[in-house]
Write a protein of this length. Sequence first.
Length: 163
Amino acid sequence: MDLPSRTELEMIRYFKGDAKRISHFVKVHDFARLIALSENYSQRDMLICEVSAYVHDIGIKDGERLYGRNDGQIQEQLGPAEAEKLLKKLTDDSELIDRVCEIVSLHHHAVKYHSAAHQAIVEADFLVNAYEDGLKREAIKTAGEKIFKTHTGKMLLKTIFSV
């Protein structure tokens, strides 16, 4: 089984009983993978993108347990250490783990372009959050203009939300 699939299974175990969180990262992965494929990411960036999509919100669980909150700041603060711990069970590729952890630490920073994989995660996460949070059309349009940089992400935003 490939690393993204093993990561998905580990994350399902990690969020056992939390169908909302599991559904969220599966949807983010699907959009991120589609963006990466459509934008012709390298095989390496594709791998980093897929793994990052699965673990991007891993900090939520500790944030809620330790601080009673799960906002973006707490996710970015607590997520990298949890992601590293989980990924070290799955791979010895330390460069991949470092890049994924970096994306986890920045996944709510849309304006700070970090890498192609980071951009795909930011866009995919926004697409899913906009729907799940019931954002208004105008808010989606405004945020989309600031956040989206890939042709595929822009097309998905316009098509899904008619903005």
